[in-house]
Design a protein around this ligand. Sequence first.
Ligand code: FAD
Length: 412
Amino acid sequence: MRYDTVVIGGGPAGLAAAIKASENGGSVLLIEREARLGGILKQCIHDGFGVVRFGEKLSGPEYADRFIKELRRTNVQVSLFSFVTDTHKCDDGYSITYVCRDGMHTVQCSSIVLATGCRERTRNNIYIHGDRCAGIYTAGAAQNLVNIMGVMPGKNVVILGSGDIGLIMARRLTLEGAKVLGVYEAKSSPSGLTRNIHQCLRDFDIPLYLSKTVTRVFGTTRLEKVEISDVDEKMRPLAGSEQLVDCDCLVLAVGLIPENEIARDMLVPLDPKTKGAYVDQNCQTKTDGVYACGNALHVNDLVDYVSESGETAGIDCVKPAHKRKLIQINTEGKLLYVVPQLLDVNSDVSRVVMYFRASEELSAQRLTITADGQTIFTKVYNKLLPPEMERITVDFTQAASLRDLTVKLEDK
Ligand SMILES: Cc1cc2nc3c(=O)[nH]c(=O)nc-3n(C[C@H](O)[C@H](O)[C@H](O)COP(=O)(O)OP(=O)(O)OC[C@H]3O[C@@H](n4cnc5c(N)ncnc54)[C@H](O)[C@@H]3O)c2cc1C
């Protein structure tokens, strides 16, 4: 079998990419390892999805459903329960092998869209010592148990991490009857959105403890208690500050990492700042014909932008291939990262959507984009917070020369 494009991952990014690729005339295969399309949205039953795109507050399944219905109106072929095991370059594109219920299949395609989402950091990633007992879950696993399986992960819960997923799980577990003893955060300020601090913690009297972390867990078969320690400004535990908290469940909401096993296997260059691939404005990686979008590209805070990057990849991946000329976009100042990191000057540069995050909480900042010393974009921000991703649209056609591109963040 041969397709114009194969999209790997049926979450919001993959759905958007497959729909756009098909609408633009491509033959598309969408491969998803789970039983249903929708990705992580299937288990996010709280509302707040789609405000930017639809001007409505949808739940995760409602948001996904809109795209699944749209997908059904296209000719996209969907293969569920299918796991990609091998991808490699062949004479006229790529060869993809996947395993599904009726065996192993190999298909050929001209382009690949990687929309594999992200993984959660686990206990091992953050070096929590102690017993190997039951009752320790990542937030996504706990969310899956409660929202999909209808099973409570514990009764007395400690949550580590004050990002949005940790805050939403604190509220969710409380609503289902658990006692959330506290949300503990190693940083000196909460990581989640301010509205989530109010709506998920304050409204439910759930305490938030800052500059503290879990350093050890205790339990013979089931978790019995955790050791909490204060941390210094570099987030190192302070000896002598340990206190024990009795609990039967520890929920870890300590960050997401773009899932890039396939990209790594294909030797697609990855950006150490985003942990996703380096891409140009069309979401094409440094490897011709391989695209990345959604959380596989960088961890997004709004699903609306996940869909947007999927659409960008989907539109471009079925266009006839052209010789790209990639220019590096440099960063200066307190920027955590900028996506895209590359500009293909042989492609449309008139409406380039760029996403960035500040590396720390900042006030009164000016973002400036220069091309060969000429300022082509500037915007002032009263406040920038690392958890809140910013989006801008830049017209690079104003530049006299598209050399030495720099994005700079500085005090106003
Ligand atoms: C636990 C958790 C909770 C979240 N809660 C929220 C929230 O409340 N609000 C919010 O805006 N965002 C939330 N997010 C962020 C959310 O992930 C994104 O908004 C969005 O779902 C990302 O879309 P995606 O398509 O990039 O990835 P995903 O939704 O993760 O979809 C990726 C898909 O790829 C499939 N896949 C991966 N590898 C393979 C393979 N090798 N072969 C076949 N299929 C594969 C997966 O099964 C999955 O279906 C949460 C994320 C996590 C991890």
